[in-house]
Design a protein around this ligand. Structure first.
Ligand SMILES: [Fe+2]
Length: 247
């Protein structure tokens, strides 16, 4: 696959979809953007992630990483229990692998994160980079194992606080990187829309955007098996949240 530069792809996506994106977000609190190029990109990024897994140690929930090291290689950790350290606690069971915005050897992953970040910035008209000073983009892939991977329903109360000074409304821009029916069978990501309906967010290859103030979570993945945290199966999603720089 020829990887287009992420900014060219973002421009196309925005120009062709901006009205439906803003209408969807306003009306429903979420929007699922499907596009052939993005879908091929997500598929390639998934392949890169799965090939890298065997070489990645899984670090404990409480271990910390140095952000500068991410530009050499990704870093994987458990995200387990109900004390996740950012905002109000909510229970979860998954691994989270952090990438820099240009991790060597991860061509498709870099472009995918570039697209998610580019879309976020263009949707918020974030041309003034000073607005984001003191924050960093936590680019990561969430991996929910079969056998009980989940994230309990919650609202994102922490990130809006981080963004309070920027005047930016809150939006999650993620990519759905696994297929229900193949990589896992039951459970998956959801958001409760503005009418109170629980909406399934599983759409392989799509960019999934939702208002973090709407309740959302991940229903238990395949409770009929025993979890294997190192398995390549399970549910995958890419996220690019804004975190405060604390160090
Ligand atoms: Fe959340």
């Amino acid at each position: 696959m020829m990887l287009k530069d992420s900014s060219a792809l973002v421009r196309d996506l925005f120009e062709n979809n901006r009205l439906s994106i803003s209408a969807g977000l306003e009306r429903d609190g979420y929007f699922i953007l499907r596009n052939e190029e993005v879908s091929a990109l997500v598929h390639a990024a998934r392949g890169e992630y799965l090939s890298a897994l065997d070489g990645l140690e899984i670090n404990a929930q409480k271990s910390r990483f140095n952000r500068a090291d991410l530009s050499h290689q990704p870093w994987r950790k458990m995200a387990i229990g109900a004390t996740n350290g950012v905002g109000e606690p909510y229970a979860q069971f998954l691994t989270s692998t952090y990438f820099s915005e240009s991790t060597p050897k991860f061509f498709a992953i870099n472009v995918l994160f570039g697209v998610l970040l580019g879309l976020r910035d263009i949707l918020f008209n974030l041309t003034d980079k000073d607005a984001l000073s003191g924050t960093w983009n936590a680019c990561r892939i969430h991996h929910y194992p079969r056998g009980g991977g989940f994230m309990s329903m919650h609202k994102d109360t922490h990130f809006p606080k981080v963004l309070g000074t920027t005047g930016m409304p809150f939006l999650q821009v993620s990519a759905c990187m696994s297929r229900r029916g193949i990589d896992f069978q039951n459970g998956g990501g959801f958001v409760v829309d503005k009418l109170g309906n629980k909406v399934d967010l599983e759409s392989y290859g799509a960019i999934v955007m939702f208002d973090g103030n709407q309740p959302h979570g991940v229903d238990c993945i395949d409770l009929d098996v025993v979890p294997d945290i190192r398995s390549k199966s399970g549910r995958l999603a890419a996220f690019t949240n804004i975190y405060e720089i604390l160090d």
